[in-house]
Write a protein that binds this ligand. Structure first.
Ligand code: SF4
Length: 207
């Protein structure tokens, strides 16, 4: 089996979106951000780095990350411990922004190139937090619904499927989704307690 950290080292050298893009080249130097792990039992599958993550090279090092850690009930130290969490977004490089200043979707070159071999090198992963529709499409495959809202509303059925790893669909913790969170209170009252309980099962307080 391949070493996930060796694959992550190869990913950090990847320049496909600059040198051989499917369409428009990445408008800046690629800076792949990924945390692989030989031991983490939980994998965080996000979307793609934003500007702050691109600048610092640290995943979820922004307000979205603060909200995600709050959802999970874990500290920064726990979150950034690669023995505990692998952090593998659907696109490893900041994709740039659209005309309105919103982040573009993950680069289409990335997941088909890197995701399957990296996932195969981490068979110890038991739970994937699939954040956003891009991650849900890849990890749920044919079981993915047409919308993020449907996936998250169906979270119990998705979570209880007999798959390894199990999948827990989440919305993106971006502050842009505050309205969605208000319109779907079950997320806070029903899903988050289960997410926090699972984190404590995988990451005991004394580990
Ligand atoms: S987004 Fe992915 S495929 Fe594109 S340059 Fe970065 S690591 Fe390579």
């Amino acid at each position: 089996m391949d070493d996930p950290n060796q694959i992550a080292d190869q990913i950090r050298l990847c320049r496909i979106c600059r040198d051989a893009p499917l369409k428009v080249p990445l408008p800046h130097e690629p800076r792949p951000v990924v945390v692989a792990s030989c031991t983490a039992r939980v994998l965080i599958a996000g979307q793609a780095p934003g500007t702050r993550v691109h600048a610092t090279g640290l995943p979820f090092n922004d307000r979205s990350g603060d909200r995600l850690r709050d959802w999970m009930g874990v500290s920064r130290d726990e979150f950034y411990d690669p023995a505990k969490f692998a952090i593998v977004p659907m696109g490893f490089c900041f994709p740039g922004q659209d005309a309105k200043g919103g982040d573009l979707p993950p680069r289409r070159e990335c997941a088909p190139t890197w995701r399957a071999p990296l996932m195969a090198a981490m068979p110890q992963v038991e739970l994937v937090l699939a954040i956003g529709l891009h991650a849900q499409r890849w990890h749920l495959g044919d079981a993915c619904a047409a919308s993020l809202t449907e996936n998250v509303q169906n979270w119990r059925a998705v979570f209880m499927r007999n798959t390894r790893p199990r999948i827990l669909p989440l919305p993106h913790p971006s502050w842009r989704n505050t309205g969605w969170l208000k319109r779907h209170p079950f997320f806070e009252t029903e899903l988050l307690p289960v997410l926090r309980r699972e984190m404590r099962l995988f990451i005991p307080d004394n580990s």
